[in-house]
Design a protein around this ligand. Structure first.
Ligand code: M6R
Length: 617
């Protein structure tokens, strides 16, 4: 999604903005732009379709010229990716510049009104409408100052936005506003930073304000940060947060891509997710978020898990875990469908939202609906203080650390870890999971980070060799049963999103009800076949595939013989309990997708058309 960077202070604004945009590249974008106030109260804009480096090629003359400026990476919604549609957009009088993340849903009505007043538009964007609406309010009454005009305009629009606006007659001033899309304000010593997340300014300051929903701020060196509500103009005293993010966490540390770095971080990220929660020696799972609301969970009619994409796959595994160990009915819903199908929700329901970014608009909207209906809302997010984390009644962070690659890897295994902890904790508490089983499961879970480490070292080279043989594949099938059916879905999603090879995940037994028609000697089939979990049935499925000459890539346990003998390629992973096997099995599938994509020359960290946090519905 779009990325926003702004700066006012004593350093070269060009460098800060450009480097900030580079840090936000992971979010996914198709064009980039910058505006600076050149010291003579004149706004200078450069923007282009393409990458931040394309912007640098056309804008380096701006270097050293300004101490205030802002930049943007755009992920197209209204209007194709083009120079014209790129941000910043200027108002008709050229005095105001705006950058925007989100969608102004009523832009068409406002555009018609402004056109009637003589305004003209150079782009197809909703954003250009908003900046002209601000000008309109300033033109209407000479007494209306810049921040007030922004506030008036924001009161007229609906939709989702994070905006930053500059006015050439207000040197050193940035006005920002937020509804639905995140915005952070970094507070330095005689300097301020604006960004979609803290990564662009983490090396300059560890203090930040996360602007709340429906708030705006006027930021200047003279008067600091003045925060108001958009509707009432009521003054807000902000909470200044201490950032835990470090520069090292958001750099590649010698890896070729963030995705590879994040795959290799999984022994640590899974361990960090369990740290302080899973206390094997004491035989307990400590999770304040669950424990403080244990009666809500215990008395829940059902648990509804809502999520999108990879997080939805984690939710499916969560369903298996919670139903098996806690015997509470679970439904898993795509957030985007849940909201629009008039679901039955009562105050006896517990809704668990899973989101790496904590900013996914579909998940957020579904949560708001469930909250309105009185359900208890629990969040599983990776990004601390994200929008979803803030609106939930309680929750658990995954502690996977920043995930920059668009393809989710370590966040997924961290989500599975949290869901395992929740299921075991609930099961133990409500008596469905006996002490001996509980003790053996927590010991097994505790051993997972080491097993991931072993998989990474034993399969890394092997998977690279397998990947070379499938660079030109056009289709892939991923099959699994039980807990590993969602793992198959996730394996297929990883491959398609970064390599652009069509891939489908299926429950292995369903193959005979349709996909079997696709199988011939050209069809690669990844099959997840650990010993624990319907192994005999999987053996039959592999036989059915081989009878049709499909190419089998099997993920099996160390020392496996039966499936291995029938398979064309074998990837061995250590044995674990069936319920935790997706955590371990997912790792070689992530590597397989990664290397196939790398060998096809794809942009692994920023795959086409995709965004890291999808903040539009
Ligand atoms: O941040 P979220 O977990 O809410 O994001 C949900 C999906 O957009 C995300 O998982 C997406 O499917 C990833 N690109 C998967 O790799």
């Amino acid at each position: 999604m779009c990325g926003i960077v702004g700066y006012t202070g004593f350093q070269d604004a060009y460098d800060i903005v450009i480097n900030g945009l580079r840090r936000l590249e992971y979010r996914g974008y198709d064009s980039a732009g910058i505006v600076l106030e050149d010291g003579n109260n004149k706004l200078e804009v450069e923007k282009t379709k393409g990458k931040v480096e394309d912007l640098v090629n056309i804008s380096s003359q701006l270097k050293g010229k300004a101490k205030i400026g802002m930049g943007h990476t755009r992920w197209a919604t209204h209007g194709v990716p083009s120079d014209r549609n790129s941000h910043p957009h200027l108002s008709n009088n050229g005095k105001l510049a705006i950058i925007h993340n989100g969608i102004i849903e009523n832009y068409d009505t406002i555009k018609t009104m402004l056109t009637g007043k003589g305004f003209t538009f150079k782009s197809e964007t909703d954003t250009e409408v908003l900046v002209n609406l601000i000008q309109y309010f300033m033109d209407l009454n000479a007494e209306t100052d810049f921040p007030t005009a922004v506030r008036y305009a924001l009161n007229e629009v609906y939709g989702a936005y994070a905006i930053t606006v500059m006015h050439e007659d207000y040197p050193g001033v940035l006005v920002v506003g937020r509804l639905g899309s995140p915005l952070a304000i970094g507070i330095g010593d005689k300097e301020y930073f604006i960004a979609s997340d803290a990564s662009p300014f983490v090396e300059f300051t560890k203090e930040a304000i996360y602007l709340e929903e429906g708030h705006m701020a006027t930021i200047s060196l003279e008067n600091g940060v003045d925060i108001r509500t958009i509707t009432e103009n009521s003054k807000i005293i902000p909470e200044i947060q201490k950032l835990k993010l470090s520069l090292e966490q958001i750099e590649k540390s010698g890896y070729e891509h963030f995705m590879l770095k994040e795959i290799f971080e999984q022994p640590k990220s899974v361990h960090d997710t369990m740290r302080g929660r899973l206390l094997v020696e004491e035989g307990v799972i400590k999770m304040a978020g669950i424990w403080d609301h244990i009666e809500r969970f215990k008395n829940a009619n059902r648990i509804i898990i809502i999520a999108c994409g990879t997080s939805w796959h984690a939710g499916l595994i969560g369903e298996y875990l919670i139903e098996e160990y806690a015997r509470i009915p679970v439904e898993v819903e795509y957030a985007s469908e849940f909201r629009y199908r008039n679901p039955i929700i009562t105050d006896k329901d517990v809704v668990i939202a899973i989101s790496q970014s904590g900013e996914t608009a579909d998940t957020m909207a579904a949560l708001k609906l469930a909250k309105e209906k009185g359900a208890f809302i629990y969040g599983i997010c990776n990004v601390v203080d994200s929008s979803i984390a803030r609106i939930t009644d309680a929750g658990s962070y995954t502690h996977a650390g920043p995930e920059i690659g668009v393809a989710s890897t370590k966040a997924f295994t961290a989500q599975l870890t949290i869901l395992s902890l929740i299921a075991l904790k609930l099961g133990k508490h409500n008596g469905n999971l006996g002490n001996a089983d509980f003790m053996s499961l927590i010991a097994e879970l505790d051993a997972i980070p080491k097993k991931i480490e072993d998989v990474l070292s034993s399969t890394h080279e092997l998977v690279q060799n397998i990947a070379k043989d499938f660079v030109n594949a056009t289709n892939f099938l991923y099959l699994g049963r039980g807990y590993n059916y969602p793992a198959a879905l996730e394996g297929a999603l990883k491959l398609k999103e970064i390599s652009y090879i069509h891939a489908e995940g299926y429950p292995a037994a369903e193959m005979k009800h349709g996909p079997i028609a696709l199988i011939d000697e050209n069809m690669p089939i990844v099959i997840i076949a650990p010993k624990k979990g319907h192994y005999d049935k999987i053996v039959s499925n592999v036989q059915e595939i081989k009878a049709r000459k499909g190419k089998v890539i099997a993920v099996v346990n160390n020392g496996d013989t039966q499936v291995s003998e029938m398979s064309d390629y074998v990837i061995e992973i250590p044995e674990t309990s069936e319920c935790f096997s997706p955590i371990v099995a997912s790792v070689p599938l992530q590597l397989l997708a990664y290397y196939i994509a790398v060998y096809r020359g794809a942009n692994v960290d920023q795959p086409r058309n995709l965004a890291k946090s999808v903040t539009v519905e």
